[in-house]
Design a protein around this ligand. Sequence first.
Ligand SMILES: Cc1ncc(COP(=O)(O)O)c(C=O)c1O
Length: 443
Amino acid sequence: MTDMSPATPNDLAAWWMPFTANRSFKAAPRLITRAKDMHYVTADGRKIIDSVAGLWCCNAGHQRDAIVAAIREQAGELDYAPPFQFGHPKAFRLATKIADLAPGDLDHVFFVNSGSEAVDTALKIALAYQNISGQGGRQRLIGRERGYHGVGFGGISVGGIVSNRKMFGLLLNGVDHLPHTYNREKQAFTRGEPDWGAHLADELERIVALHDPSTIAAVIVEPMAGSTGVLPPPKGYLQKLRAICDKYGLLLIFDEVISGFGRLGFAFAAERYGVTPDIICFAKGVTSGTVPMGGVIVRKHIHDAFMRGPEHMIELFHGYTYSAHPLACAAGLATLDLYAREHLFERARDLEPKFGDAFHALRDSPNVLDIRTIGLVAAIDLAPIEGSPGLRGMRAVEKAFYEADLLTRVAGDTLVVTPPLIVTEAQIDEIAAKVARVIRLVE
Ligand SMILES: Cc1ncc(COP(=O)(O)O)c(C=O)c1O
């Protein structure tokens, strides 16, 4: 593809890009025009390897035939169906499949269109559940420092990323935060779950003592915090949170928007940790990123608590025009089939030791402060350039794209690698070698 004209827009001004340094991007745009399996093709015809599954979402790889065919077919059969008071068969089929993948009695699925909507939906369900259960005083929500729960007002309120919060007013009332679980001195260069840090879950006891359990509805955490640079849960931490929530009647919500659908070697991280939350948020991997979709899975007793009162009445005043969109449901069904057929969750689990070896081998590269690996996730903390935090990371993304034919991602100065689960052992080595080169390029 050497002719750039069809792929290259002549005016980049109109699109105000999300979470992007717009002026820098538009001065040197990184345009992507095609994708297949593990690779993207750039507007100037270069094939670059995707080390981040798009944005932690294309877990099955790109443009997989079965998923593409399912979306095409669906578009030709039923383009849209209203989800309020009507339904279409694939929505029910997909909900059943997702409920089957979820642990315990997480049996009911509420569909939305993104991770942010999933989080706000989960928080609303938690508050409403406490309300209809005669516990209307339970209105507080507990999140965690360095947590990312999308960009809705609920999500940024319980989230713990300062830059995502500080410009947007006072946010939700009655939110408190657990401390984050990262301590470089105690945890540096850990594979999997760090040994140190389970005691940080006891901070929930302090928060409960401060506010009284009768005022707290729910606790929300990512089982593995992703967006602030990958913070795997310390051994025993999630189990402790579960026990404290049980002790005080708090609902435990796992935001599995990135840990779901195989990233940590299981359908959900809940399974990896043997901890069953009351509510799971999912998105991204459910359609392998092909059509926007998210959802919330709730335990049976939560769902059933709403199924009282007159049967002609709407039980939950919540939902989206595009909840369970037919194209998303078709994509979701094809994606889950493909994950099962190719055993991709097990594949991620089997590859974890090899993946860990490949990235921990970069430990002596210049400016490396820490490396964390878990499942098919690696995070490499680089020392910030003095006075300009985030600049080395940004340069790394640019150098990777232009000079190493690598699509990568950073959180500040932390390089993050989260490839599609179809990555081969040779491609793991290839990505690690490219990352090593990029680290030297930004020395
Ligand atoms: C844990 C978590 N929750 C929520 C979200 C928000 O998802 P979306 O961007 O689809 O709204 C993300 C996105 O990365 C996420 O990592």
